[in-house]
Design a binder for this molecule. Sequence first.
Ligand SMILES: Nc1nc2c(c(=O)[nH]1)N[C@H]1C(S)=C(S)[C@@H](COP(=O)(O)O)O[C@H]1N2
Ligand SMILES: [Mo]
Length: 201
Amino acid sequence: MTSASRGFLGRRRTDADPSRIPPGQYVTTGFPVLSAGPTPHTPVDRWTFSLRGAVDEPVSWTWDEFRALGSEDITTDIHCVTKWSKLDTERTGVSLDTVLAGVHTSARHALVFCDGGYTTNLPIADLTGGKAWIVHSFAGAPLEAQHGGPARLLVPHLYFWKSAKWVRGLELRDEDEPGFWERYGYHNYGDPWKEQRYSGD
Ligand SMILES: Nc1nc2c(c(=O)[nH]1)N[C@H]1C(S)=C(S)[C@@H](COP(=O)(O)O)O[C@H]1N2
Ligand SMILES: [Mo]
């Protein structure tokens, strides 16, 4: 059984540039919370980020080591499969290009793992090339626990369920493996511009 919590959606905006809104989406000024299950609270002194699976040398960073990799600011739009989009969200995080630099792997797929047991899968090609970050801040403040703090994945070009909250690492895989929502019938890839919401879309 899954319990879903859903926050206040805010008013619907009508003044947004339509070319920024994928098909079937509406813009919200609220900040909905969507979590399958309770919010974990892992303190940063017990947090690590790990690369495991099909990797020559498994790697694990402590919070301080991870933060020392260096962060960048990202301003981006996000699109939830339940049809809200939020424009110009400001976040700070470590690029997956930095995280994966120097990692030798034949793997093409990643299964993202998190505190609380949530998983999601995506091609490694969608994590690299300036397209994905592990973010720790929102609008200059530490990321709130309900929104994935201390750190979450941000993959803004895919539906927001791929942006796993409370992220703890990546399992690099030769074979693709569906994650939590993907096993429940969500689309395996989830491109909002192609409206890939559910398997078969
Ligand atoms: N660990 C985890 N990450 C998750 C989820 C979740 O239930 N657990 N929900 C996903 C979904 S469906 C959405 S829309 C976003 C919601 O992020 P927010 O609560 O910060 O708005 O987180 C995604 N990441
Ligand atoms: Mo979502």
